[in-house]
Design a protein around this ligand. Structure first.
Ligand SMILES: Cc1cc2nc3c(=O)[nH]c(=O)nc-3n(C[C@H](O)[C@H](O)[C@H](O)COP(=O)(O)OP(=O)(O)OC[C@H]3O[C@@H](n4cnc5c(N)ncnc54)[C@H](O)[C@@H]3O)c2cc1C
Length: 412
């Protein structure tokens, strides 16, 4: 097979292109944007995602631009430590957890695509507007009037996927449950170990996730630190998608988040740019594959960003699909095999991110203390219960250390 049509050149689409190239299958990527820019802010890749990118030969390049996160700490809004656990290599994984600017990750992938597949394989300014299929192949149509024929079409076009919409015309907009996020990155002095990630507070009183995304420091001793502030809104009014955020809307909630180990409020005050997003996902689908068309990444399973798994699940989808296209006798068999392997695991992560993500620890402590400081954390929550929250999440999201070490490569 030499003519896989990839719709969308995000992290998932580029992983798929590189993986298909690795197994000798030809593809073209069609991207709506007229140019590719370094968009977004920080993103976390857990070890199971870094493993796949390492098996694509991108591990060293990514470690040069990302931070190998060494620990994750949970704190209440008074700055008291609830628990902390080692992460990535520090936790004995063979691969690091990487905290990285989304734009840097994307740039490393795009450079590899240009080098290995050739720039002519990435067609910009090609917004997919429709797909037709017959017994012999698919025809994908674009807003610029072009159309292209291939053996399969893969929707990697993100949460607002046109491909998903075409396959599920009755589905409504993404689901919003009243949590808004303000995201930014600020130059500041390193905190704690310099490679620590922290989650502080709880949604009802303001929750903030903070981690560095620049390895080392600049000559002035600062590094780029990413933060995501989350607040549950009583009105549950959905804000604009991806607009510039107003600091005044978020700062009052976090003005007391000043601790001797980190001045979180100052990070917000000193941010160069603030982006505002609603926290949205979509209900799981019962199928992704329709004949010669399937969905991958956010197009298939957009999820709450509460477990560092959105990008990773798309990366694993892409690797699994490439392996199926390599192994199966026909394109339609490959797309069905991919769906059989990935639909339930990915949908389980969507539901887990709603019901019991890792920050469940923060909720339990907030509720049990009545939002007051505690004397001894052991009186609020035991070590076993704390560990169980994290272990359950890792199991569902597919990155238990020993299981990951034993699992065969997805692309062979
Ligand atoms: C601009 C941007 C910034 C982001 N920033 C962050 C961040 O800071 N932190 C974080 O954790 N996550 C961020 N994400 C989300 C994160 O990247 C995704 O959850 C994850 O990587 C899944 O990637 P994806 O490739 O499946 O989807 P996406 O990253 O959404 O990529 C989809 C791609 O498809 C293209 N596309 C859309 N519609 C069409 C169409 N009709 N035809 C052709 N192409 C189309 C889009 O332009 C985009 O390039 C961001 C996503 C985007 C698009």
């Amino acid at each position: 097979m030499q003519d896989v049509i990839i719709i969308g050149a995000g992290i998932t689409g580029l992983t798929l292109a590189l993986s298909l190239h690795q197994v000798g299958i030809g593809c073209r990527i069609y991207e709506a944007a007229p140019e590719i820019r370094k968009l977004g802010v920080g993103i976390n890749l857990q070890p199971h995602g870094v493993r796949e990118l390492t098996e694509l030969g991108l591990g060293e390049a990514l470690e040069r631009v990302g931070v190998a996160t060494s620990e994750m700490g949970f704190y209440n809004r008074f700055g008291q430590l609830i628990t902390s656990e080692p992460r990535g290599r520090a936790a004995g994984y063979a691969w690091p957890q990487l905290s990285i600017h989304r734009g840097e990750l994307h740039a490393v992938q795009l450079a590899a695509v240009y080098e290995r597949l050739g720039a002519e394989r990435v067609l910009l300014d090609h917004r997919c507007v429709g797909i037709d299929q017959d017994a012999d192949g698919v025809t994908v149509r674009f807003a610029n009037g072009n159309s292209v024929r291939g053996s399969v079409a893969i929707g990697c076009d993100g949460i607002h996927s046109v491909v998903r919409q075409a396959l599920n015309p009755d589905e409504g907009p993404p689901a919003f449950h009243g949590i808004n996020m303000w995201r930014g990155a600020t130059r500041a002095r390193p905190f704690l170990s310099g490679t620590s990630m922290v989650q502080i507070g709880w949604l009802d009183v303001g929750k903030i996730v903070i981690y560095p995304i620049q390895p080392g420091t600049d000559p002035d001793g600062t590094q780029l630190i990413n933060w995501t502030a989350e607040i549950r809104s009583p009105e549950a009014a959905m804000v604009d998608w991806n607009r510039n955020g107003r600091l005044d809307d978020v700062l009052p909630t976090f003005s007391s988040f000043r601790f001797d180990w980190l001045d979180a409020a100052a990070l917000l005050e000193q941010a160069e740019q603030v982006l505002e997003y609603p926290m949205v996902d979509r209900d799981p689908l019962e199928r992704w594959t329709h004949g010669r068309v399937t969905l991958v990444g956010d197009a298939a399973h957009p999820m709450y960003p509460r477990g560092g798994n959105g990008a990773v699940q798309g990366i694993i989808d892409a690797r699994t699909l490439a392996g199926c296209l390599q192994r199966e006798a026909t394109p339609t068999a490959a797309l069905l095999a991919y769906e059989a392997a990935r639909l339930k695991p990915a949908n389980d992560v969507v539901l887990m991110n709603r019901a019991a993500p890792p920050d469940t620890i923060l909720r339990l402590v907030h509720e049990r203390t009545g939002d007051r400081p505690f004397e001894r954390i052991e009186d609020v929550i035991g070590a076993e219960e704390l560990a169980a929250v994290g272990d359950r999440y890792k199991r569902v999201a597919g990155f238990e250390r020993d299981t990951l070490a034993r699992r065969a490569s997805l692309v062979r």
